[in-house]
Design a protein around this ligand. Sequence first.
Ligand code: NDP
Length: 285
Amino acid sequence: MATLGPMAMFDLSGKVALVTGASRGLGRADCLALARAGADVVVTDILLESDPHLLQVAEKTSSVLAQVMAAQDVVYAEQTAEEIRQLGRRSKAYQMDVTNRKQVYSVIAEAAAEFGGIDILVNNAGNIDHLGQLVDQSPELWERDLQVNLSGAFNCTQAAWPHLREGGFGRLIFMSSVAGTLGGFGQASYSATKAGLLGLMRSAALEGARHGITSNAIVPGVIATEAFNTSPPGMRERMVLRTAMREAGQPEDVAHAICFLASPEAGYITGVALPVAGGIDLFTF
Ligand code: NDP
């Protein structure tokens, strides 16, 4: 897919964005694209590369993917914040577990004080590594996925809400998935949380409208992140073949859609679930 040059991006100068789960993948790409569009960016994740016990922290999250990524040093929150500062924007990385309400409230308050508010919240953090048919799904991982993918977005939205209101320009963006709109074989917990996010997003759209807050979701299909690239090759190829475009999307495809939804130009768009999926939801044979 084509990448946009800086001049073609929507102008987010003077806005402050906070992205969750931003150590790698889509979250990292979102941070960089928002910064290129002019925003100052608060980079948050449960893992930061400066943690001296990265692997032990990853083990505690009970995410196999987190352990693989920590072992391979694919954790870039602080590096991302540094890259954003090099672009001339303000940025800082914060350790923030979206399931820890106390920490969420404290990081969001601290970031809002330091950056002078929060205008854009991208609820990106999510676990995507619980695979197994319904009868084999683990009740513990079902609960974990509800906590991280759904309650985590609720926690961050609730904590950021007063800041989004205060600036008179609020942008909430949730990261759903085609698994949430179409279902996902072997993804019961994941699909349920991604569908749940759409209900949360629409309720926030209804309640936010009177406060200048829009609320929308991205519905990605198959995007070539580090996480996607850990899936077995046969599975990746089958997923890509389901898209009309016969290729995986790039993280920037999602990030550009986020910049648009965050922009002043998208001010009359709310309650929308926008597929960035290369036509994976179209009938093909
Ligand atoms: P990643 O697994 O690479 O990124 C998710 C990030 O969220 C990781 O950095 C992860 O950290 C972090 N995270 C996990 N738990 C928490 C927590 N409790 N608190 C804070 N951060 C946490 O996935 P992608 O970048 O591929 O996906 C990003 C989002 O987009 C997810 O919500 C995913 O469901 C969604 N999506 C992705 C698609 C794709 O094809 N890539 C398709 C559809 C939707 P840790 O290192 O601990 O794992």
